[in-house]
Design a protein. Structure first.
Length: 175
């Protein structure tokens, strides 16, 4: 029969208490009230910042833009078809931004600064394809970045495309 020593138990408990990490992480969460046409209304998210990225339960990312006293208006960065009323949303603590560097030169990117030149451009994007082809034929892609959101892209991404272009242009601007 095994005998239990009170000193051993006491030492084990003492070690566990010393190793205990009391770190508390506060997560700013909310609930979807309404979703449609690329916009979601969220109740909660009391500490969200304007322009902050939020993540929906099913993985879609959005940007908090309309901060009201009773709800937050969030622009969806995707189609949001799986977002339902009552699902949860959490603030990420990060403001929306894109990376900028010379690595983008010669690339075709979307409004989220993700390269899309590796995939086929659909028929609705034929005008974009023609412009890119012209740039390539004349050697202009060496110093050009094309930001493209086509007609079949979500309206929110079409809205953000000029801002992406402006952010990239600021990086390369030399007064």
């Amino acid at each position: 029969m095994v005998t239990i020593q009170a000193d051993e138990i006491s030492n084990i408990i003492r070690e566990r208490i010393e190793q205990y990490n009391r770190e508390v992480k506060i997560v700013n969460t909310g609930t979807v009230l309404q979703v449609g046409d690329g916009i979601a209304r969220i109740h909660g998210l009391d500490e969200v910042m304007a322009g902050e990225l939020v993540e929906f339960q099913e993985g879609t990312i959005g940007i908090a833009l309309n901060l009201e006293s009773t709800n937050v208006g969030v622009v969806l960065m995707g189609d949001g078809l799986l977002i339902q009323e009552g699902s949860s949303v959490k603030a990420t603590g990060r403001i929306a931004q894109i990376p900028v560097s010379e690595a983008y030169l010669g690339r075709v990117i979307n409004a989220l600064a993700k390269p899309i030149d590796g995939r086929a451009i659909g028929q609705k994007a034929s005008s974009v394809a023609q412009v890119v082809t012209t740039f390539q034929e004349r050697g202009a892609m060496e110093y050009t970045i094309v930001v493209a959101e086509t007609a079949d892209s979500p309206a929110t991404l079409q809205y953000l495309a000029p801002y992406t272009g402006a952010a990239l242009a600021e990086f390369f601007y030399v007064p």
